[in-house]
Design a protein around this ligand. Structure first.
Ligand code: 6R9
Length: 633
């Protein structure tokens, strides 16, 4: 059995070589660090054409035994989750591994008592409470497939996701608290479910004690169901095949509605545990704080599964970085003596704008490792984080990865890999990146840029998109033959270090959230009076990218009420995170003769760079460009 953890750069290089030369042997060694009810017959079989990727075929396991049961003897009384509420005056709550195990087993029984069984899809729409992690793990315990929907999504988005996966149960809360706002959840579910016939049970956790409607026969209270168990907490873990589905998580692409990215039990477990242990160099006793929401992949992989499989102590925070003030993160670091902090560039930039005097008021000396994820981190934010938070002694792991990759792919190993501001540095052992040009030809050597692809499978790779395998093939495996295409542009510098430069497809990254242009355009086009629209991203100081909408609405030029109606439509169809920052009314859009919108031109205008718009001669109506340019916001 080879150990999970790399401790020196030499070991990193050896592990990397090993992973490329003997991938199956390498991954079998890593997988030996987990507990299996039965070991695999075959480590890997794959092709990227169909695609068809299977890891640890024939193995049996339950991920929750790795995250909970196996720690009980040695770490049973160790905190697994430290929950920090939105309001600093409310008491924080700690669940030890024993307590978390018990709560997961109990809620798993509740699910079973309400008809849930292996293979069912269960939608979870909850605030950042320990119960969200408990609900996720309880599904995994009984082999039900969870589909977590971020608490900021609208009723329409929930309905689309519930229908796509044909969920039969929804788990939610009455309401939640995020910053100064009350978050209504149950009313949003009620609205969503008017469109969903597959759901027959809604389990509601009482958090905000706001009054909600409970539909008889369908809606039940979490707490009442637990009481009914009379303290029974025996729930053996369902035996799962390594390639059984663990969860679905919806994410935006360049076309159509969000896709349900599917991850499976064995590979995902191995990959998240391995990457967590290595990148953050977690040591027993460390307190680890990941500021993401469990509604996104970062929360799935690095609040729930990765850290818990490694017996870590995780801080789970209900609120936002700026409430009640911009010192909230630092207050949490000081209070819980956080050793490892994993956050997003957008949060760093927003806290940076409040001044370095704020973090200076707190004792941040416990911090040993910092992490960044979600979008490119600009050098200014990198240095601010390094100087004012890590005090130049906590290495920054800039981690590049995606919902589809399941876990971190390119990142420094803290304290092992030399860092460089703005660079995700080097691929982890097991990850084989390649840069290609538009024709899919490999760009070799250093000091080059291209489209980032991965040429060999890793255990955390998505297996399919739920209910539509062809869409998975089209989106990720059809652009370049025999390669997984990430959708990102990338630079490999003279040292062979990787810097991710941003999406090369029609996906925006707003405050670290992926937003598909097509989705926002569809939502805008539903507004009365709107004929057509095109959205592009533009550089935004805090959000990374802002959303710029060009809208054709002939009867409503510059009209505030149309703007408000557009914002309301986007909020209703997707959620407030996708609201455009700027709306410009135009009489036409720059289109090619074949009717394709030339976003390149719109992007330049939105960026305020109109000096060189390139060749516009192929446009159907070149005059429209001048009009748009002159009216730019
Ligand atoms: C984990 C996560 C994935 C997209 C990805 C890329 C961007 C993520 C990044 C980064 C530069 C980093 N991205 N991490 N860009 N540097 N360290 O964020 O997943 O929500 O699916 O987004 O985010 O563009 O393709 P997801």
């Amino acid at each position: 059995m080879s150990s999970l953890k790399i401790g020196t750069f030499e070991e990193y290089q050896q592990a990397y070589e090993h992973s490329v030369n003997q991938p199956e042997d390498f991954w079998a060694g890593i997988a030996d660090n987990f507990i299996w009810k039965k070991k695999w017959d075959n480590v890997l079989s794959w092709n990227f054409k169909d695609p068809d990727v299977k890891w640890f075929e024939g193995a049996k396991l339950n991920i929750t035994e790795n995250c909970l049961d196996r720690h009980l003897e040695t770490l049973g009384d160790k905190p697994a989750i430290i929950w920090e509420p939105n309001d600093p005056n409310e008491k924080s709550r700690t669940l030890t591994y024993k307590e978390l195990h018990r709560e997961v087993c109990q809620f798993a029984l509740v699910l079973k008592n309400n008809g849930a069984k292996k293979g069912d899809r269960i939608c979870i729409y909850m605030p950042m409470l320990p119960e969200l992690a408990i609900a996720v793990l309880a599904c995994a315990r009984i082999g039900a497939i969870h589909s977590v929907v971020f608490g900021g999504f609208s009723a329409q988005s929930i309905a689309d996701r519930v229908n796509d996966a044909q969920c039969n149960i929804v788990i939610t809360a009455d309401g939640g608290f995020r910053g100064p706002k009350d978050l209504p959840l149950k009313p949003v579910i009620d609205e969503a479910l008017t469109q969903c016939s597959s759901v027959d049970k809604v389990i509601v956790f009482k958090r905000s004690s706001t009054s909600v409607n409970m539909t008889k026969g369908r809606d039940i209270w979490w707490q009442d169901e637990i009481e009914k168990l009379n303290n029974n907490a025996e729930c053996p873990a369902e035996e799962m095949d390594a390639e059984d589905m663990l969860f679905i998580l919806y994410t935006s692409g360049s076309t159509g509605k969000p896709k349900g990215v599917v991850h499976t039990c064995g590979g995902y477990m191995v990959y998240t545990g391995y990457t967590f242990a290595n990148v953050f160099q977690y040591n027993q006793g460390d307190v680890y704080f990941c500021t993401a929401d469990i509604g996104w992949i970062t929360g799935h992989s690095y609040i729930v599964y990765g850290p818990l499989s490694q017996g870590a102590t995780v801080v789970l925070f209900e609120g936002v970085p700026t409430y009640p003030n911009a010192g909230r993160f630092w207050d949490i670091v000081q209070k819980h003596k956080v050793n490892i902090l994993y956050t997003a560039p957008t949060a760093i930039r927003s806290l940076m704008s409040s001044g370095k005097e704020i973090p200076a008021k707190y004792d941040l000396s416990s911090l040993k490792v910092l992490g960044s994820v979600g979008e490119p981190i600009n050098e200014e934010a990198w240095h601010w984080f390094d100087d004012n938070i890590g005090h130049n002694k906590a290495p920054i792991a800039d981690t590049w990865w995606q919902t589809e990759t399941g876990g971190i792919m390119i990142a420094p190993i803290a304290g092992v890999t030399k860092t460089k501001p703005g660079f995700a540095t080097l691929p982890l052992p097991g990850v084989q990146p390649i840069l290609v040009d538009e024709n899919g030809k490999e760009i070799t050597g250093n000091g080059v840029s291209g489209n980032l692809c991965i040429k060999f499978p890793w255990p955390g790779i998505l297996r399919t998109t739920y209910g539509d395998h062809e869409r998975c093939r089209q989106a990720y495996f059809a652009t370049y033959k025999d390669l997984y295409f990430t959708g990102d542009g990338c630079l490999r510098d003279d040292d062979g270090y990787y810097r991710i430069t941003g999406r090369v497809d029609d996906v925006l990254n707003v405050s670290g959230h992926r937003i598909g242009t097509a989705e926002v355009e569809n939502a805008i086009n539903l507004t009365q009076g709107v004929v057509e629209s095109a959205i592009v991203g533009y550089p935004h100081d805090i959000k990374g990218q802002g959303i710029y909408a060009f809208v054709i609405a002939p009867d409503a030029k510059g009209d505030d009420s149309t703007c408000n109606a557009i914002l309301a439509s986007v909020t209703k169809v997707i959620g407030p995170i996708a609201k455009p920052d700027k709306i410009q009314f135009v009489s036409g859009l720059p289109k090619t003769r074949s009717g394709k919108i030339m976003r390149r031109i719109l992007r330049k205008i939105a960026e305020g760079d109109t000096s060189n718009l390139g060749d516009t001669s192929t446009l159907l109506d070149p005059a429209v460009v001048d009009e748009i340019k002159n009216g730019a916001l």
